[in-house]
Design a protein around this ligand. Structure first.
Ligand code: ADP
Ligand code: GN1
Ligand code: MG
Length: 369
């Protein structure tokens, strides 16, 4: 449910692959990854003895309503990262052009496809338990922000307006409660009560930004741990992926989403909530890793708010899952009926544990200041 685009028949992948400047001839394609928005496939090509792999992605244009603008951002950001990345163990994401040198093509249904080099020897994690991986991922996301500080040219397009406007996300929940389109409100009283009781958290970073305490930056905005490819042998961060939401934002959104996704020892839709709680040793590595690469670009207020950012983004994504559940599962990909509710409960449980651990989290941050 929830992706209203036509189902992809894998037999069209050869035709899609044909539109891009790939090395070798297309051999086979298969679905890949666990993203909740786009459809990703591996395309395998044979070039003499060598096999080359690529990622083909169909972009969800119901979520990203201006794909040319989005791809303009992606092109500028990938080109910039390719120019400034020096460390030999990093492989910046490379956008493969079409034969007419475009960043995407349209299929027969009017859907947009793009292609990236497949990064070999690395993998993404939905859940992490490893301290070195936590540190490496946080270092790489911080490095990503630092590398984009001097991106030339006009302000990036906002590919989803108000994406991290948590005040707006809160208002969207209220609207979904009032509309109650699929009559689910009466079944989720405790979750709604939990969400509504925390309205003030929704304002925390926005208030500081509006008062001039936190600057706008170019940020990734979707830094869940699975959007980082980790080297399979060295556990280093190799490549930041999923650039659809790279746009103006607050640096703390990125740190917060990393805290949300990496400190949770469970999958987002875990139903045994007794297993869900913030893992403080992982949090410590995130702080150390992120400050290791981003400290020089951050101001004192941003560093002071590192703890708050984890709570804010966990709250925000919980609001979004609950809103989508009340709206009838129209946004996030789901594969079973209560999945968005399970996800919302997971986020709220994680948030509650962060609230209980606030003092310890602050102490950890203060060790690195
Ligand atoms: P979505 O927006 O649907 O989350 P992503 O761009 O995050 O899409 O890709 C989905 C998954 O595909 C990732 O979690 C990762 O496992 C894999 N992936 C994406 N791009 C690459 C790449 N260039 N090389 C290798 N794997 C990739
Ligand atoms: C989506 O695209 P993906 O799966 O990496 C969502 C994020 C959420 C995340 C929750 C464009 O990320 O905002 O935090 O799901 N992306 C968009 O898992 O809405
Ligand atoms: Mg992703």
């Amino acid at each position: 449910m929830s992706n209203p685009l036509p189902t992809v028949d894998p037999s069209i992948l050869a035709h899609i692959a044909d539109g891009f400047t790939l090395e070798g001839s297309f051999v086979k394609g298969s679905r890949h990854g666990n993203g909740l928005i786009n459809d990703s496939f591996i395309a395998e090509c044979q070039n003499g003895e060598a096999t080359r792999r690529y990622i083909l992605q169909r972009i969800n244009h119901h979520v990203f309503k201006d794909v040319p603008a989005l791809m303009d951002n992606v092109r500028r950001v990938t080109d910039h990262l390719a120019a400034v990345t020096q460390a030999p163990n990093r492989q910046p994401l490379r956008l493969v052009r079409t034969h007419s040198e475009q960043g995407f093509l349209l299929d027969d249904h009017g859907c947009h496809w793009r292609c990236y080099d497949f990064i070999e020897g690395a993998k993404s994690y939905d859940v992490i338990h490893s301290l070195p991986i936590a540190r490496a991922a946080a270092y790489s996301f911080g490095e990503f922000q630092a590398q984009l500080v001097d991106l030339a040219g006009p302000r990036l397009h906002e590919t989803i307006p108000d994406f991290h406007n948590t005040r707006q996300r809160f208002a969207n929940l209220r609207a979904a409660i009032d509309a109650d389109t699929v009559s689910r409100v009466s079944t989720v009283g405790p979750e709604i009560e939990f969400a509504l009781a925390r309205e003030s958290l929704a304002n925390s970073l926005l208030d500081l930004h509006e008062a001039g305490g936190i600057p706008e930056r170019i940020t990734h905005n979707d830094t869940k741990i699975s959007n980082m490819l980790i080297d399979e042998t060295s556990d280093e961060g190799v490549c930041v992926i999923d650039f659809d939401t790279v746009m103006p934002g607050l640096g703390l959104y990125d740190f917060g989403d990393l805290v949300r996704s990496a400190t949770n020892p469970c999958l987002e839709d875990e139903t045994d909530l007794s297993q869900v709680s913030v893992q403080l040793p992982i949090f410590e590595q995130l702080v150390a890793g992120y400050l290791g690469s981003a400290r020089s670009i951050l101001n004192a207020t941003e560093i002071d708010q590192l703890t708050v950012s984890g709570r804010l983004i966990t709250y925000e994504i919980g609001l979004r899952f609950l809103t989508d559940y009340l709206a009838g599962d129209i946004y996030f990909r789901t594969d079973h009926p209560e999945q968005n509710l399970d996800r919302a409960r997971g986020q709220f449980t994680l948030l509650k544990s962060m609230e209980s651990a606030e003092t310890e989290m602050r102490q950890i941050v203060s060790k690195y200041i």
